[in-house]
Design a protein around this ligand. Structure first.
Ligand SMILES: [Zn+2]
Length: 99
């Protein structure tokens, strides 16, 4: 299982398996991409079209929200937020863990 969690902005990392925060149990969110296509053109890729709406960025274009059924990595490795890393680390020390 290679998550590449610390490569660039980890929240932009697409991963196959959903992560579960080791502290609070929160699940990592789904990974979605947006694609703008000219009006009248249909999306022919293999990602699932979740929704589409008139583009805010380009004239006469449609924005497709796409999903490949993958997930977004956490920003803090195995934890969803910094507060969870802190709580987990302090609990580990209180339980007698030292590096
Ligand atoms: Zn958490």
């Amino acid at each position: 299982m290679d998550h590449n969690v610390f490569n660039g902005d980890p929240r932009c990392t697409e991963i196959e398996e959903q992560l579960i925060c080791a502290n609070c149990g929160k699940k990592s969110s789904g990974y979605y991409e947006e694609l703008d296509l000219p009006e009248g053109e249909t999306y022919k890729g293999n990602s699932k079209v979740m929704s589409k709406h008139k583009s805010y960025r380009f004239k006469n274009s449609v924005t497709y929200r796409l999903s490949r059924g993958t997930y977004r990595a956490f920003k803090y490795g195995h934890f969803c937020r910094l507060r969870c890393t802190e709580a987990f680390a302090n609990a580990a020390v209180e339980a007698g863990y030292r590096r």
